[in-house]
Design a protein around this ligand. Structure first.
Ligand code: SF4
Length: 508
């Protein structure tokens, strides 16, 4: 009985780009351990299909309709032999050493030149919903080129993608791109044959259907992959030194270690404390948090859509303006009982981004000079500077930008949590701060999914989810700030302060 070949398709390049484990788990793990695909990933896939359908409407082509891939391949080969001008969804393949290399390029375009078919040969073209050509797309085009060379005797050096604006982005395949692709194919083949990549966990893992599985595997082994501050490129040398577990790191003698790539002595000292924090399930204080003081405190968070390259919501939680003196511009949700309010500027359409910015600048004009703006991580600082460059800033904006204070820096300098990830959500949801987001799916990727959905369906409930999510983000930022301030005086890491729980029902 003939052994079924291992099938290698271009999708593997995209999975490998997200994570090598994804490929391994999809083959060797129990499918019931696989979680749902994030809604944003599914939406991107849908958009890709829609964009493709829209683009080919303008073309004259012959479509290979067969679902059965072998029949589709036979049909594609027949069309190529008779010199069909443009083939849509053709299947190309060849088998070697038990591997079936199979591709279904969106388009196969006939171009002049000698080949086994005659005075013409075919080049692959992919229709993509990205603006620029990505490395995974280059791998895909080279991969199809390698297969076409087997079928037509000529390697198509010229190929292209059609981008989200239906522009043709040419891609000239040179030796370097071929070598990179062959190396990537060999790496993926090792995984397909059972070679399990070493464990690693990165923040992007949260968008993967295998997230829970990978975390539980790492926990079972108490693996160094659980250490947030340790770059996964440092793992191999540490493992070679016999340091494989969190316990090993918690007791490691740093001075006796060889040079560890991507990990300075300071980093290793920090990772050691984090390992002890995880082992003891306790906070580890490094220093008193240093926090600027001001009566007027503004907690700031931006929602942006990297697919549209557009920032669509600026949200602010205002504390210290119980008379609502500065609640004059923008959308406002007042909480009289707390003497605080949520203020936001919203771009209902990506083209409204400039209006959002201008409203924000207008609001800055009514603010006093004395205030502090707290945010978490550098997204807000980076994107406000970019928008000022794009649409113009102001003196008041430069003042605002100088008042930005990143609580992530305060966290890094003062305390280590027994956590695997350190986003504001991981920290605020932890048992130490215990903040609850109203929507169970609340998250950055989900917010982008909601915005894309709002643009398509204009459902006000979806817009409300986005605004509520952002409000929860800025409230959580204040919760974390209040927690740090409570702890900035001499402290006892055992005590866990209790904060009044914020529940969605208060929202009008
Ligand atoms: S959870 Fe992370 S490590 Fe696991 S497969 Fe997904 S991306 Fe890879």
């Amino acid at each position: 009985m003939s052994i079924k070949p291992i099938v290698f398709t271009p999708t593997l390049f995209f999975k490998r780009a997200v994570c090598p484990h994804w490929i391994w788990h999809d083959i060797f793990s129990d499918p019931t351990d696989k979680g749902e695909m994030p809604e944003l990933t599914l939406k991107l896939f849908e958009q890709g299909v829609l964009h493709e359908k829209e683009y080919i409407e303008e073309l004259e082509y012959t479509q290979v309709e067969q679902v059965n891939l072998l029949q589709a391949f036979d049909n594609t080969l027949a069309l190529m032999k008779i010199g069909e001008e443009l083939i849509y969804q053709g299947v190309i393949q060849y088998e070697e050493n038990g591997i079936l290399y199979q591709g279904r390029p969106d388009l196969l375009k006939k171009v002049p030149g000698k080949s086994n078919f005659g005075n013409f040969y075919y080049q692959p073209i992919e229709i993509k919903s990205s603006k620029e050509i990505k490395q995974e797309q280059k791998y895909q085009l080279v991969f199809c080129g390698i297969i076409l060379e087997r079928l037509q005797g000529v390697f198509p050096k010229e190929s292209a993608i059609i981008n989200k604006d239906k522009e043709t982005i040419p891609f000239l395949i040179n030796r370097e791109e071929c070598e990179k692709t062959v190396n990537r194919i060999e790496e993926i083949l090792r995984i397909l044959k059972g070679d399990k990549p070493p464990l690693k966990l990165v923040s992007n893992c949260k968008n993967s259907p295998w997230f829970k599985k990978c975390v539980s595997e790492a926990e079972e082994k108490n693996d160094i992959a659980l250490l947030y501050h340790l770059d996964c490129r440092s793992h191999r040398v540490l493992r070679n030194c016999g340091i494989n577990t969190v316990s090993d790191v918690a007791s490691m003698d740093i001075d006796s270690l060889p040079k560890i790539p991507f990990a300075s002595k300071e980093t290793l000292e920090r990772v050691k404390i984090q390992a002890q924090s995880l082992e003891e399930k306790k906070l580890k204080w490094l220093a008193d948090p240093r926090l600027p003081q001001s009566d007027l405190k503004i907690f700031f968070d931006i929602e942006g859509d990297p697919l549209l390259q557009s920032q669509y919501l600026f949200g602010f939680w205002i504390s210290g303006d119980s008379d609502f003196k500065y609640a004059k511009i923008g959308n406002i949700r007042k909480y009289e009982n707390e003497g605080k309010y949520f203020l936001y500027f919203l771009a209902e359409e990506p083209d409204d981004e400039e209006t959002l910015w201008k409203q924000f600048l207008e609001w800055l004009d009514i603010l006093p000079d004395e205030y502090i703006v707290f945010h978490y991580a550098n997204y807000e600082k980076t994107w406000t500077a970019k928008l000022a460059e794009k649409y113009g800033g102001s003196e008041k904006f430069s003042h605002f930008h100088s008042k930005l204070f990143d609580l992530e820096d305060a966290r890094k300098d003062s305390v280590i949590f027994p956590l695997y990830f350190y986003s504001i959500k991981d920290i605020a949801k932890s048992r130490f701060i215990n903040f609850k987001w109203r929507h169970e799916k609340a998250g950055g990727a989900q917010s982008i999914f909601w915005y894309e959905k709002w643009l398509e369906e204009k459902d006000p409930e979806v817009l409300k989810d986005i605004i509520n999510y952002n409000e929860d983000d800025v409230r959580a930022t204040e919760f974390f700030y209040l927690w740090l301030t409570k702890y900035s005086s001499p402290h006892d890491s055992e005590a866990t302060p209790v904060f009044p729980q914020f529940m969605g029902s208060q929202v009008p």
